[in-house]
Design a protein around this ligand. Structure first.
Ligand SMILES: *Cc1c(COP(=O)(O)O)cnc(C)c1O
Length: 396
């Protein structure tokens, strides 16, 4: 055997070289200070159109205060998984509050929205089952589906007729799960949930919706897409995140008590990974207080989104798909999307370029997310930069 030279990881150099040649090799920009509508990234002050801080809660005084107090009372960490010694009274209080907020029997908090999806799907389905999934569903749904070993069938984006055909051909499966994002994270459009529920129920399928981008954004006081469409009691499993509009970290599943009781026995991230530190949970509780008390932040969020979307459309950008504060500016070519993003940054606007494989080839974009915390001046400054750079790059 000839002796090998170099490192066993040398193949990664080639992989990276390919990404660089495609113009899509990226390192994350570094934020100094708090997540604010104007923030310093990579040493430059910019209008921040890249965070998921929809309601400006990430640096809200009430959340900061709740986190500080929880540290003083309960300490910095929980030092155990939930199922051994890591279930603190704060955790069960948050779950009670989330269930009441979502109008479900029960709720269970996971370390993230990602683990809430992957841990729930993989726990409740197995080899004999079928998962019917929108082609644009989040990576955590895809990973959870793979982990479950169920047969995965993908339907074209929001195509309920195609979904029905997949249900029909899967009739003999032990169980069927129909799963969709509530709001799609790269396009900002909303799932046709009433139609999905109607068809799925005819086939006795389980319906699950991932409301990561709808939590705190859609429905009464931000209760999500089920509330938005008036479908309480008709969607079996709702996933929410505490990491986006809620401003902190975590994910949860809301549904019937029997589902939660089962997940406590079987959901692997819940069983095998340490629970949230007290500061995280206390800050989430403070965020729920704010959401329940007053919806003025949500109103401001939607006003700002409307204003910014209309501004971009008037300039001639393609923002046609968006129905929410996620507003993608479609460019097409991956390298060009990155170029638009880089030039915007030089002009004082941070809007992330997104290309294949995160979105399909030919659908590369710069994704913007407007928040309640942006001022009109912030948005006008951003629109001026889009106009200047859009003309320069022949996009408008
Ligand atoms: C962000 C996101 C998640 C993951 O949520 P985290 O709390 O950040 O782990 C899951 N699903 C969708 C659709 C998302 O956009």
């Amino acid at each position: 055997m000839s002796e090998r030279t170099g490192s066993a990881l040398d193949f990664l150099h080639d992989e990276i070289e390919q990404l660089k040649q495609a113009g899509v090799f990226r390192y994350p920009r570094v934020l100094e200070g708090a997540q604010e509508p104007r923030a310093v990234f990579d040493g430059k002050e910019v209008v921040n159109l890249s965070s998921n801080n929809y309601l400006g809660l990430a640096n809200h005084p009430k959340l900061r205060e709740a986190a500080r107090r929880a540290v003083d009372t309960y300490g910095a960490g929980s030092a155990s998984v939930r199922t051994i010694a890591g279930t603190m009274s704060l955790h069960t209080e948050l779950e009670r509050r989330l269930a009441a907020f979502k109008r479900t029997e029960a709720a269970l908090v996971y370390q993230s929205g990602f683990t809430a999806n992957s841990g729930t799907v993989s726990a409740i389905l197995g080899r004999e089952d079928v998962i019917i999934s929108d082609e644009l569903n989040h990576a955590s749904i895809i990973d959870g589906s793979r982990l479950s070993r169920a047969t995965i069938k993908i339907y074209p984006h929001k195509d309920v007729a195609a979904m029905r055909r997949l249900l029909e051909e899967s009739k003999d499966a032990r169980r069927i799960l129909v799963i969709t994002d509530g709001v799609f994270s790269m396009d900002g459009d909303i799932a046709p949930l009433p139609d999905i529920v109607e068809v799925a129920k005819k086939y006795g399928a389980i319906v699950m919706v991932d409301d990561a981008h709808a939590s705190g954004v859609l429905g009464e006081n931000g209760r999500g897409t089920v509330d938005h469409f008036g479908l309480h009691g008709q969607v079996d499993i709702q996933i929410g995140t505490l990491s986006k509009a809620i401003g902190v970290l975590g994910g949860y599943v809301a549904g019937p008590q029997v589902l939660i009781d089962y997940l406590v026995q079987r959901a692997r991230p819940f069983l095998f990974s340490t629970s949230h530190p007290p500061a995280v949970t206390a800050a989430c509780l403070a965020a729920l207080d704010i959401l329940e008390q007053d919806d003025s932040l949500i109103k401001r969020l939607w006003d700002n989104a409307r204003y910014f979307k209309e501004g971009l459309a008037e300039l001639g950008f393609d923002v046609s798909g968006s129905e929410t504060p996620i507003i993608p500016v479609i460019v097409g070519d991956g390298a060009k999307a990155m170029q638009l993003s880089d030039r915007l940054f030089e002009e004082g606007v941070f809007a992330q370029g997104i290309a294949y494989p995160t979105v399909p080839r030919g659908k590369a974009r710069v994704r913007t997310i407007v928040t309640a915390a942006h001022s009109r001046e912030d948005l006008d400054r951003a629109l001026a930069a889009f106009e200047k750079v859009g003309r320069e790059l022949d996009i408008i």
